[in-house]
Design a protein around this ligand. Structure first.
Ligand code: AGP
Length: 586
């Protein structure tokens, strides 16, 4: 969703850094963009555009202070007027905003009655006029920003440039804001990876905190408005890892990084896994929660813990969890799973659980993120920056952690590692032979529906696989428990409908073969994934038996299918329409 990038410091090419910063935030999803630059004569140059940045050049302006924004439309159409930055009536207040001002309607009516003129339909512009209004009774910017913070409802992050004072003020109550400290000044962004080319030293602003930045000083104020000493952390990866390198798309780069990510978990994940196993053993009950792909990892966790650790662990979709918290106590353990650590539905679920004093063990890929900071205990996926909207390596890393955790609880950690290592080899082979998958996908590119079937552990894998295919290729894809076929799904199978069938050699094997016959009898085209070919398959993809870890290479096949299907249909797999990488509004 919306992205913010700002710079205040000593170098004169803020313009270039801001444009580059916005480009590196493109993965979040946006539909218009804009930049405000303060010139040396004190005036502010604002440029705004509907659409993508594309080949746009940075404004040719010398400046050492500026803010940029990528907008994901909520209030008002995608237009130049509605793009950020927004200003007040005088131009003395210039701002960018992430979030939703829930009481904007009421505020707008009051401000219009006081004579303010609005240029856009956005809730964001209301903040600029509100600040202008407060400035009529006080020139103390800190005080004005405090009033502004109190007056706006909702989860918001706002950076305000006061050109007359050459100062930024930031208020935050929701959307992420990271401040980087570099030798040439301060960088501000909604995602840490955008700051990486400039510095690794970052401070994640907490909800309720605010900040004042000038060319050479940063002051952080706590929730009560008192000055506080910020503790900067060092990001554990470098700028190179957040770039495409020789790849055309992040999605393929991230798919191909999976063997390395999983090897790191296999070699050095034990300490974290032990820590988490103890927490689960001591808890009265445990819930795995997450959204989208992370919710399917949570569901997989329920199966893995039941099968391997002989322990029932609940799972819930993040946005549903606040309706399930009534029985939680201080003995409950909540495990939010999240790549970004910023998904608002997962964060709200955690907040509801915290109100019941439940313990939080966050499994995220983003050090310093909101979930990371809210958790009592953290496990970092260490998958490196994931920038394609479709989550790939963060998903398989989550499954690997849950799998090893279940084995640790069962006292069979070494067996888990053996299976994970076999799965890593299987993924490498799939990646080496990805042309075969590309070929199969060519035969599917005109299909209007694709179904993915699996039983047991392969059921959540089927759900995730269908999500991967649909979100990047826009082909209707659905995952089903293979046993559900005859309860309704069969009605959807027509001549030639591709059916991806996960059939590992486990307790589900024979029943899944029956499913293959059932769909074939209705004309379905069965693509079987298994360790041995079978006459019930029209197409066969060999996946070696990796025990319960077989689900990992199975999903990698679907990731590659989604990727190649998107390319075959002429879509950009990194930036699917209507979707954002970080879903920070409800
Ligand atoms: C994954 O491919 C999706 N784009 C999406 O479902 C994502 O997994 C979900 O929004 C949760 O994100 P998170 O892991 O950052 O919390």
């Amino acid at each position: 969703m919306c992205g913010i990038f700002g710079y205040i410091g000593t170098k004169q090419d803020a313009s270039t850094s801001i444009l580059e910063g916005l480009k590196s935030l493109e993965y979040r999803g946006y539909d218009s963009w804009g930049i405000a630059l303060q010139k040396s004569d004190g005036t502010v140059h604002i440029t705004k555009h509907p659409g993508k940045i594309g080949d746009a050049k940075a404004p040719d302006i010398q400046s050492s202070i500026g803010i940029g924004h990528t907008r994901w439309a909520t209030h008002g159409a995608i237009s130049r007027e509605n793009a950020h930055p927004h200003t007040d009536c005088t131009g003395d207040v210039v701002l960018v905003h992430n979030g939703i001002v829930e009481n904007f309607d009421k505020l707008k009516t009051e401000l219009e009655a006081k004579g303010h003129t609005f240029k856009s339909e956005t809730d964001s512009e209301v903040i600029a006029h509100l600040i202008e209004e407060f400035l009529t009774s006080s020139q103390d910017l800190g005080n004005v920003m405090k009033q502004t913070k109190q007056a706006i409802d909702g989860m918001n992050a706002v950076i305000v440039l006061f050109p007359k004072h050459q100062t930024f003020y930031i208020i935050k109550n929701g959307s992420p804001i990271v401040i980087g400290k570099a030798s040439d000044g301060y960088y501000i962004a909604s995602g840490a990876s955008a700051i990486l080319p400039h510095t690794k030293e970052v401070y994640f602003l907490e909800d309720g905190e605010s900040a004042k930045l000038t060319t050479d000083a940063l002051t952080i104020f706590d929730k009560q408005g008192q000055e506080k000493q910020p503790t900067f952390i060092s990001l554990p990866y470098d700028a190179q890892m957040a770039t495409k390198g020789d790849y055309e798309y992040f999605m393929l780069k991230e798919i191909e990084e999976q063997p390395t990510v999983l090897q790191t978990i296999s070699k050095s994940g034990y300490e974290d896994i032990q820590k988490a196993a103890t927490l689960i053993k001591n808890a009265h009950e445990t819930y795995l929660i997450g959204c989208g792909t992370a919710s399917y990892a949570a569901l997989a966790g329920t199966y893995l813990f039941s099968k391997i650790a002989k322990r029932h662990i609940n799972h819930s979709i993040g946005s549903e969890f606040s309706y399930l918290v009534d029985f939680l106590t201080d003995k409950s353990l909540i495990i939010p799973l999240s790549q970004s650590g910023e998904t608002i539905d997962t964060i709200s679920a955690v907040d509801s659980a915290k109100q019941k004093n439940a313990q939080i063990l966050a499994i995220t890929n983003s050090i310093g993120s909101t979930l990371y900071r809210k958790a009592d205990t953290n496990i970092l996926l260490n998958a490196g920056p994931e920038k394609a909207v479709a989550s790939t390596k963060a998903y398989t890393a989550k499954i690997a952690y849950l799998y090893l955790l279940a084995h640790e609880m069962n006292g069979s950690y070494d067996k888990g590692i053996d299976h994970l290592d076999t799965a890593i080899k299987a993924i490498s082979t799939l990646i080496d032979n990805q042309n075969d998958i590309e070929q199969i996908v060519h035969g599917m590119k005109d299909s209007t529906s694709i179904f993915v079937l699996g039983r047991g552990l392969s059921y959540p894998a089927a759900l995730e696989s269908a999500l991967k295919i649909k979100e990047v290729s826009y082909v209707h894809a659905e995952g089903f428990a293979a046993g559900e076929l005859k309860h309704g799904v069969l009605a959807l199978v027509a001549k030639g409908t591709p059916i991806i069938l996960f059939n590992p050699h486990d307790e589900t094997y024979e029943d899944t073969i029956s499913a293959a016959y059932e769909v074939r009898a209705r004309g379905g085209y069965v693509i079987g994934l298994s360790d041995t070919n079978h006459e019930a398959y029209d197409e066969f993809i060999h996946i070696p038996d990796c025990g319960d870890c077989t689900v990992i290479p199975n999903v990698v096949v679907a990731q590659l299918m989604g990727y190649y299907l998107a390319l075959a249909k002429g879509f950009d797999p990194d930036k699917p329409r209507n979707l954002a990488k970080s879903v920070v509004v409800k």
